[in-house]
Design a protein around this ligand. Structure first.
Ligand SMILES: NC(=O)c1ccc[n+]([C@@H]2O[C@H](COP(=O)([O-])OP(=O)(O)OC[C@H]3O[C@@H](n4cnc5c(N)ncnc54)[C@H](OP(=O)(O)O)[C@@H]3O)[C@@H](O)[C@H]2O)c1
Length: 262
Protein backbone atom coordinates (compact mmCIF):
# COMPACT_ATOMS: atom_id res chain seq x y z
CA UNK A 1 0.00 0.00 0.00
CA UNK A 2 2.88 2.44 0.78
CA UNK A 3 4.13 2.07 -2.80
CA UNK A 4 0.71 2.68 -4.30
CA UNK A 5 0.47 5.83 -6.44
CA UNK A 6 -1.74 8.62 -4.98
CA UNK A 7 -4.46 9.71 -7.41
CA UNK A 8 -7.44 12.03 -7.55
CA UNK A 9 -10.66 10.11 -8.19
CA UNK A 10 -13.36 12.18 -9.91
CA UNK A 11 -16.84 10.72 -10.38
CA UNK A 12 -19.08 12.00 -13.14
CA UNK A 13 -16.00 13.12 -15.09
CA UNK A 14 -17.38 12.27 -18.55
CA UNK A 15 -18.70 15.84 -19.00
CA UNK A 16 -20.03 18.96 -17.30
CA UNK A 17 -18.60 20.14 -13.97
CA UNK A 18 -16.69 16.85 -13.39
CA UNK A 19 -14.77 17.22 -16.64
CA UNK A 20 -13.64 20.75 -15.73
CA UNK A 21 -12.73 19.68 -12.20
CA UNK A 22 -10.50 17.05 -13.82
CA UNK A 23 -8.63 19.82 -15.72
CA UNK A 24 -8.13 21.75 -12.46
CA UNK A 25 -6.63 18.79 -10.58
CA UNK A 26 -4.51 17.87 -13.63
CA UNK A 27 -3.14 21.44 -13.79
CA UNK A 28 -1.99 20.95 -10.17
CA UNK A 29 -0.07 17.86 -11.33
CA UNK A 30 -2.38 15.23 -9.87
CA UNK A 31 -2.64 11.83 -11.53
CA UNK A 32 -6.32 11.09 -12.18
CA UNK A 33 -8.80 8.25 -12.21
CA UNK A 34 -11.96 9.38 -14.01
CA UNK A 35 -15.20 7.50 -13.28
CA UNK A 36 -18.61 7.56 -15.03
CA UNK A 37 -20.68 5.18 -17.16
CA UNK A 38 -19.66 6.43 -20.65
CA UNK A 39 -16.32 4.76 -21.48
CA UNK A 40 -16.02 6.55 -24.85
CA UNK A 41 -16.36 10.03 -23.33
CA UNK A 42 -13.99 9.19 -20.46
CA UNK A 43 -11.41 7.88 -22.93
CA UNK A 44 -11.55 11.10 -24.99
CA UNK A 45 -11.20 13.33 -21.90
CA UNK A 46 -8.39 11.20 -20.43
CA UNK A 47 -6.48 11.41 -23.74
CA UNK A 48 -7.00 15.21 -23.88
CA UNK A 49 -5.71 15.61 -20.32
CA UNK A 50 -2.64 13.47 -20.99
CA UNK A 51 -1.76 15.62 -24.02
CA UNK A 52 -2.24 18.93 -22.21
CA UNK A 53 -0.79 18.12 -18.78
CA UNK A 54 2.05 15.86 -17.71
CA UNK A 55 -0.09 13.60 -15.52
CA UNK A 56 -1.22 9.98 -15.78
CA UNK A 57 -4.96 9.77 -16.42
CA UNK A 58 -6.88 6.52 -16.43
CA UNK A 59 -10.61 5.84 -16.37
CA UNK A 60 -13.13 3.33 -15.11
CA UNK A 61 -16.57 2.91 -16.69
CA UNK A 62 -18.87 2.17 -13.77
CA UNK A 63 -22.51 2.71 -12.82
CA UNK A 64 -22.09 4.20 -9.35
CA UNK A 65 -25.76 3.71 -8.50
CA UNK A 66 -25.15 -0.03 -8.29
CA UNK A 67 -24.80 -1.35 -4.74
CA UNK A 68 -21.45 -3.02 -5.52
CA UNK A 69 -19.91 0.05 -7.23
CA UNK A 70 -17.84 1.13 -4.21
CA UNK A 71 -16.37 -2.36 -3.94
CA UNK A 72 -15.62 -2.42 -7.69
CA UNK A 73 -13.86 0.95 -7.50
CA UNK A 74 -11.79 -0.12 -4.47
CA UNK A 75 -10.81 -3.34 -6.27
CA UNK A 76 -9.83 -1.39 -9.42
CA UNK A 77 -7.60 0.94 -7.37
CA UNK A 78 -5.96 -2.03 -5.65
CA UNK A 79 -5.38 -3.93 -8.93
CA UNK A 80 -3.72 -0.83 -10.40
CA UNK A 81 -1.72 -0.03 -7.23
CA UNK A 82 -3.40 3.32 -6.71
CA UNK A 83 -4.53 5.00 -3.51
CA UNK A 84 -6.90 7.96 -3.20
CA UNK A 85 -5.47 11.40 -2.30
CA UNK A 86 -8.43 13.52 -3.39
CA UNK A 87 -11.95 12.18 -3.88
CA UNK A 88 -14.41 14.28 -5.87
CA UNK A 89 -17.98 12.99 -5.54
CA UNK A 90 -19.53 14.85 -8.45
CA UNK A 91 -21.69 12.24 -10.27
CA UNK A 92 -25.36 13.03 -9.85
CA UNK A 93 -28.59 13.79 -11.62
CA UNK A 94 -31.91 15.47 -10.93
CA UNK A 95 -35.51 14.98 -11.97
CA UNK A 96 -37.95 17.83 -12.46
CA UNK A 97 -41.69 17.19 -12.08
CA UNK A 98 -44.33 16.26 -9.51
CA UNK A 99 -43.08 13.41 -7.33
CA UNK A 100 -46.21 11.34 -7.76
CA UNK A 101 -45.87 11.50 -11.56
CA UNK A 102 -42.12 10.88 -11.86
CA UNK A 103 -40.99 7.28 -12.06
CA UNK A 104 -40.60 5.92 -8.52
CA UNK A 105 -37.66 3.63 -9.37
CA UNK A 106 -35.84 6.45 -11.17
CA UNK A 107 -36.24 8.63 -8.08
CA UNK A 108 -34.86 5.82 -5.90
CA UNK A 109 -31.99 5.40 -8.36
CA UNK A 110 -31.23 9.12 -7.85
CA UNK A 111 -30.91 8.50 -4.11
CA UNK A 112 -28.62 5.51 -4.83
CA UNK A 113 -26.30 7.78 -6.84
CA UNK A 114 -26.57 11.21 -5.19
CA UNK A 115 -26.70 9.94 -1.60
CA UNK A 116 -25.73 6.29 -1.18
CA UNK A 117 -22.73 6.18 -3.51
CA UNK A 118 -21.39 9.54 -2.27
CA UNK A 119 -21.63 8.33 1.34
CA UNK A 120 -20.11 4.94 0.55
CA UNK A 121 -17.09 6.43 -1.26
CA UNK A 122 -16.57 9.19 1.36
CA UNK A 123 -16.52 6.70 4.26
CA UNK A 124 -14.63 4.03 2.34
CA UNK A 125 -11.72 6.33 1.35
CA UNK A 126 -11.69 8.75 4.31
CA UNK A 127 -8.68 7.14 6.04
CA UNK A 128 -6.81 6.98 2.74
CA UNK A 129 -7.33 10.65 1.84
CA UNK A 130 -6.42 11.68 5.40
CA UNK A 131 -3.21 9.59 5.28
CA UNK A 132 -2.34 11.32 1.98
CA UNK A 133 -3.18 14.79 3.35
CA UNK A 134 -5.72 15.19 0.58
CA UNK A 135 -9.47 15.49 0.95
CA UNK A 136 -13.02 15.03 -0.25
CA UNK A 137 -14.93 17.50 -2.44
CA UNK A 138 -18.65 16.70 -2.62
CA UNK A 139 -20.88 18.39 -5.19
CA UNK A 140 -24.10 19.62 -3.56
CA UNK A 141 -26.22 22.49 -4.98
CA UNK A 142 -27.84 25.80 -4.05
CA UNK A 143 -31.00 23.65 -3.82
CA UNK A 144 -29.39 22.08 -0.71
CA UNK A 145 -30.54 25.15 1.25
CA UNK A 146 -34.26 24.83 0.51
CA UNK A 147 -37.16 22.45 0.01
CA UNK A 148 -37.89 22.32 -3.70
CA UNK A 149 -41.42 21.46 -4.86
CA UNK A 150 -41.26 19.77 -8.31
CA UNK A 151 -37.69 18.75 -7.63
CA UNK A 152 -38.36 17.23 -4.21
CA UNK A 153 -36.23 14.09 -4.14
CA UNK A 154 -33.32 15.81 -5.86
CA UNK A 155 -33.49 18.75 -3.42
CA UNK A 156 -33.61 16.38 -0.44
CA UNK A 157 -30.66 14.40 -1.82
CA UNK A 158 -28.59 17.58 -2.13
CA UNK A 159 -29.64 18.78 1.36
CA UNK A 160 -28.22 15.46 2.54
CA UNK A 161 -24.95 16.04 0.66
CA UNK A 162 -24.48 19.45 2.31
CA UNK A 163 -25.44 18.26 5.81
CA UNK A 164 -23.31 15.11 5.56
CA UNK A 165 -20.27 17.02 4.28
CA UNK A 166 -20.51 19.76 6.93
CA UNK A 167 -20.80 17.11 9.65
CA UNK A 168 -17.81 15.22 8.26
CA UNK A 169 -15.83 18.45 8.15
CA UNK A 170 -16.70 19.01 11.82
CA UNK A 171 -15.45 15.55 12.74
CA UNK A 172 -12.23 16.01 10.76
CA UNK A 173 -11.46 19.57 11.93
CA UNK A 174 -8.25 18.62 13.74
CA UNK A 175 -6.93 16.46 10.89
CA UNK A 176 -4.87 17.67 7.96
CA UNK A 177 -7.60 16.91 5.44
CA UNK A 178 -9.84 19.07 3.27
CA UNK A 179 -13.59 18.41 3.37
CA UNK A 180 -15.78 20.65 1.18
CA UNK A 181 -19.26 20.80 -0.29
CA UNK A 182 -19.62 22.94 -3.39
CA UNK A 183 -23.08 24.39 -4.07
CA UNK A 184 -23.43 25.48 -7.70
CA UNK A 185 -26.51 27.29 -8.96
CA UNK A 186 -27.82 26.63 -12.47
CA UNK A 187 -24.85 25.60 -14.63
CA UNK A 188 -24.76 24.97 -18.39
CA UNK A 189 -24.14 21.20 -18.61
CA UNK A 190 -26.04 18.06 -19.60
CA UNK A 191 -27.87 18.31 -16.26
CA UNK A 192 -30.78 20.45 -17.53
CA UNK A 193 -31.77 18.01 -20.27
CA UNK A 194 -31.25 14.91 -18.07
CA UNK A 195 -33.48 16.41 -15.33
CA UNK A 196 -36.13 17.66 -17.82
CA UNK A 197 -35.49 21.14 -16.40
CA UNK A 198 -35.81 22.63 -19.85
CA UNK A 199 -39.58 22.42 -19.19
CA UNK A 200 -39.37 24.68 -16.11
CA UNK A 201 -38.68 28.43 -15.87
CA UNK A 202 -35.60 28.15 -13.65
CA UNK A 203 -32.89 28.37 -16.29
CA UNK A 204 -34.72 31.37 -17.86
CA UNK A 205 -34.95 33.37 -14.60
CA UNK A 206 -31.72 32.58 -12.76
CA UNK A 207 -28.25 33.45 -14.13
CA UNK A 208 -26.46 30.39 -15.47
CA UNK A 209 -22.73 29.78 -14.98
CA UNK A 210 -20.35 27.77 -17.15
CA UNK A 211 -19.05 24.42 -15.88
CA UNK A 212 -15.53 25.82 -16.26
CA UNK A 213 -16.19 28.77 -13.93
CA UNK A 214 -17.95 26.55 -11.36
CA UNK A 215 -15.03 24.09 -11.39
CA UNK A 216 -12.44 26.87 -11.02
CA UNK A 217 -14.19 28.34 -7.95
CA UNK A 218 -14.84 24.90 -6.45
CA UNK A 219 -11.20 23.85 -6.86
CA UNK A 220 -9.79 27.15 -5.56
CA UNK A 221 -11.95 27.22 -2.43
CA UNK A 222 -11.47 23.49 -1.76
CA UNK A 223 -7.71 24.10 -1.77
CA UNK A 224 -8.29 26.99 0.68
CA UNK A 225 -10.10 24.48 2.94
CA UNK A 226 -13.45 26.22 2.74
CA UNK A 227 -16.18 23.88 3.98
CA UNK A 228 -19.22 25.33 2.14
CA UNK A 229 -18.56 26.80 -1.29
CA UNK A 230 -21.38 28.68 -3.02
CA UNK A 231 -20.36 29.49 -6.61
CA UNK A 232 -21.10 32.80 -8.32
CA UNK A 233 -21.87 36.32 -7.12
CA UNK A 234 -25.62 35.98 -7.69
CA UNK A 235 -25.81 32.72 -5.70
CA UNK A 236 -23.69 33.84 -2.72
CA UNK A 237 -26.45 35.68 -0.77
CA UNK A 238 -28.91 32.80 -1.24
CA UNK A 239 -28.19 30.84 1.99
CA UNK A 240 -28.62 34.05 4.04
CA UNK A 241 -31.84 35.09 2.28
CA UNK A 242 -33.29 31.57 2.70
CA UNK A 243 -32.45 31.62 6.42
CA UNK A 244 -34.36 34.89 6.91
CA UNK A 245 -37.34 34.15 4.65
CA UNK A 246 -40.40 32.29 6.00
CA UNK A 247 -40.27 28.67 4.84
CA UNK A 248 -43.74 28.90 3.21
CA UNK A 249 -42.52 31.79 1.03
CA UNK A 250 -39.42 29.91 -0.10
CA UNK A 251 -41.56 26.85 -0.96
CA UNK A 252 -43.95 29.08 -2.94
CA UNK A 253 -41.27 30.83 -4.98
CA UNK A 254 -39.20 27.72 -5.63
CA UNK A 255 -42.36 25.79 -6.54
CA UNK A 256 -43.31 28.49 -9.09
CA UNK A 257 -39.84 28.38 -10.68
CA UNK A 258 -39.71 24.56 -10.83
CA UNK A 259 -43.31 23.83 -11.83
CA UNK A 260 -43.55 22.11 -15.21
CA UNK A 261 -47.29 21.51 -14.96
CA UNK A 262 -48.45 24.96 -16.04
N1 LIG B 1 -25.82 21.76 -13.84
C1 LIG B 1 -26.45 22.33 -12.79
O1 LIG B 1 -27.27 23.26 -12.94
C2 LIG B 1 -26.11 21.86 -11.39
C3 LIG B 1 -26.42 22.71 -10.31
C4 LIG B 1 -26.12 22.29 -9.02
C5 LIG B 1 -25.51 21.06 -8.81
N2 LIG B 1 -25.21 20.24 -9.88
C6 LIG B 1 -24.57 18.94 -9.61
O2 LIG B 1 -23.35 18.90 -10.29
C7 LIG B 1 -22.97 17.53 -10.48
C8 LIG B 1 -22.47 17.35 -11.89
O3 LIG B 1 -23.55 17.55 -12.78
P1 LIG B 1 -23.40 18.34 -14.16
O4 LIG B 1 -24.17 19.58 -14.03
O5 LIG B 1 -21.99 18.42 -14.59
O6 LIG B 1 -24.27 17.38 -15.11
P2 LIG B 1 -23.86 16.38 -16.27
O7 LIG B 1 -23.19 17.11 -17.35
O8 LIG B 1 -25.13 15.64 -16.57
O9 LIG B 1 -22.81 15.39 -15.58
C9 LIG B 1 -23.20 14.36 -14.73
C10 LIG B 1 -22.07 13.36 -14.63
O10 LIG B 1 -22.48 12.28 -13.76
C11 LIG B 1 -22.27 11.05 -14.43
N3 LIG B 1 -23.24 10.05 -14.00
C12 LIG B 1 -24.60 10.13 -14.08
N4 LIG B 1 -25.15 9.00 -13.63
C13 LIG B 1 -24.12 8.19 -13.24
C14 LIG B 1 -24.05 6.89 -12.70
N5 LIG B 1 -25.15 6.18 -12.46
N6 LIG B 1 -22.83 6.36 -12.43
C15 LIG B 1 -21.72 7.07 -12.69
N7 LIG B 1 -21.71 8.31 -13.20
C16 LIG B 1 -22.91 8.86 -13.49
C17 LIG B 1 -22.42 11.38 -15.91
O11 LIG B 1 -21.73 10.49 -16.73
P3 LIG B 1 -22.34 9.22 -17.47
O12 LIG B 1 -23.67 9.62 -18.02
O13 LIG B 1 -21.32 8.93 -18.48
O14 LIG B 1 -22.44 8.15 -16.44
C18 LIG B 1 -21.72 12.75 -15.97
O15 LIG B 1 -20.33 12.57 -16.06
C19 LIG B 1 -24.21 16.70 -10.12
O16 LIG B 1 -24.04 16.14 -8.84
C20 LIG B 1 -25.33 17.72 -10.10
O17 LIG B 1 -26.37 17.33 -9.24
C21 LIG B 1 -25.49 20.63 -11.15
Amino acid sequence: MENYKPVTVITGASGGIGEYLAYEFAAMGEDLLLVARSADKLQTIAAKIETQYSVNTSFLALDLSEATAGEQLAEHLKQNEMQVRHLVNNAGFGLNGPMQKLDRLEQLNMIDLNVRSLTDLSLRFLDEVAANEGGILNVASTISFMAAPYMGVYGASKAYVLSFTEALSGEMKDRNVKISAVCPGPTATGFGARSHMDRSDLFDHVPTMSAKDVAKIAFRDYMRRKTVIVTGISNKPLPYIIRLAPRWLTRLIVGKLMNTEK
